[in-house]
Ligand binder design. Structure first.
Ligand SMILES: *Cc1c(COP(=O)(O)O)cnc(C)c1O
Length: 437
């Protein structure tokens, strides 16, 4: 493919994606395929001779789409949202076009510098304490990780290195291995300090945990993967109070801030803690600006060496939506989750299982876990909407997460009517079977 054909095909591909997203609600949200469906549809090995774009293109609808779960369908209410917007898609295209690998400042200065500034922008949007910002001469700063899980692992490794060095400076006779054997990580059954847990979007009390961690010299990492985006709205910012006690903080713009996967934002108060843990300087990665101390080499802030130009997505989205546009998106989702909550509350057969704070509603039929498992199965078998469950204490609970950028009140009403009808059908046969037993 040469540049002339790329121009033509690129336009066709943009049209295809625009059509796909514009008409996504006509597609069944969850696919009909069984495991192993794809292998018989493709060749056993890669073609020896090149195929045409048309050959590949026509297989998208034939082979790929039948096996796609449509995460951006307004009937998708599973997991948590996966962000998507047109500005982010365009930025990803540019990222692919530039195709740099920004592991050091010199490897592509714009890639590093835009990321530092975008993380400052984002940090200010959620009103992070100044210590977390890089600005011109700060000690802190932000970095884009691939996922919240990576950010948590990095915080853990940095905390470990930091405390080992501290202990070694006091007791030089101890080896690293000896110290390591005495370290303790404290966590609940949801892991670290969390704002918006995955199962039911509950919030740890940072104002209790934070001072304790500071007093005991414990590194506090806060995971706000989903909920973090909501803190751009002043009315939800109080949920982040106590972040001033933390050493590191993370949330995923790729969940709820219209920046396509992957873009997980992580901040630290002392970037020297991260760099200290991961620094590696083989000769081929050194460059002459290093001595100045002004440059950031993001490879020291992460597990991999290579990294994409992901800050472009943030730049496009933050500029083209503006803070106000993003606040509207968050507020709309939260309004819709409360709409669903009210519909559930009006039906005496159902109960709400956790306070609805943001865009997630946990609910169930009053009754046994088996009954609720059967309800979820009938919902997901019908494939008109898609939900996933969770366990809250011993209870099997259905999670209704407002996800799609284009979801509206009518989709919420439809989803509820559908669930309510399936519950009616289920309860008929369920009671019948119960009487027979
Ligand atoms: C979604 C989620 C994660 C996992 O996010 P990844 O970026 O996929 O690793 C971690 N913690 C919480 C609270 C989440 O909601």
């Amino acid at each position: 493919m040469d540049a002339a054909e790329f121009r033509k095909r690129g336009k066709e591909m943009v049209d295809y994606v625009a059509d796909y997203l514009e008409k996504i609600e006509k597609r069944q949200v969850f696919p009909d395929v069984e495991p192993g469906y794809l292998r018989p549809l493709v060749a056993d090995s890669a073609p020896q001779d090149p195929e045409s774009f048309e050959d590949v293109f026509k297989d998208i609808e034939k082979i790929i789409m039948p096996g796609v779960t449509h995460w951006h369908s307004p009937y998708f209410f599973a997991y948590f949202p996966s962000a998507s917007s047109f500005p982010a898609l365009l930025a990803d295209m540019l990222c692919g076009g530039i195709g740099c690998v920004g592991f050091s400042w010199a490897a592509s200065p714009a890639c590093t510098e835009l990321e530092t500034v975008m993380l400052d922008w984002l940090g200010k949007m959620v009103n992070l304490p100044k210590e977390f910002l890089a600005e011109k001469d700060g000690q802190g700063g932000g970095v884009i990780q691939g996922s919240a899980s990576e950010a948590t692992l990095i915080a853990l490794l940095a905390a470990r290195t930091k405390i080992i060095r501290q202990v070694q400076s006091e007791k030089p006779e101890l080896t690293e291995a000896e110290i390591m054997g005495t370290l303790v990580a404290y966590a609940s059954d949801q892991f670290c300090a969390t704002l918006g847990t995955t199962s039911c979007c509950s919030f740890d009390k940072l104002l209790e945990l934070g001072p304790l961690c500071n007093k005991e010299n414990i590194w506090m990492h806060i995971d706000a993967a989903y909920a973090g985006s909501a803190f751009i709205c002043p009315e939800f910012r109080h949920l982040l109070n106590g972040v001033e006690f933390a050493d590191s903080f993370n949330f995923n713009p790729h969940k709820w801030l219209l920046v396509n996967f992957d873009c997980s934002a992580m901040w630290v108060k002392k970037r020297s803690d991260l760099i200290g843990a991961f620094k590696l300087e083989p000769l081929y990665l050194q460059h002459h600006h290093q001595e100045s101390g002004l440059v950031t080499d993001y490879r020291h802030w992460q597990i991999p060496l290579g990294r994409r130009f992901r800050s472009l997505k943030l730049w496009f989205v933050l500029r083209m939506y503006g803070v106000r546009g993003l606040q509207e998106h968050i507020r709309k989702h939260i309004r819709l989750s409360h709409q669903f909550e009210h519909l559930v509350l009006q039906d005496e057969r159902f109960e709400i299982c956790a306070e609805v704070v943001l865009g997630l509603v946990c609910f169930r039929l009053k009754g046994s876990n088996e009954l609720n498992e059967a309800l979820l199965k009938s919902i997901n078998d019908a494939k008109k909407i898609h939900l996933v469950p969770c366990h809250l204490r011993e209870k099997f609970v259905l999670r209704f997460a407002v996800c799609s950028r284009t979801v509206e009140s009518t989709h919420i009403k439809f989803a509820w009517q559908h669930i309510s009808q399936l519950a009616t059908d289920l309860l008929k046969t369920w009671e019948h079977n119960h009487h027979q037993q």
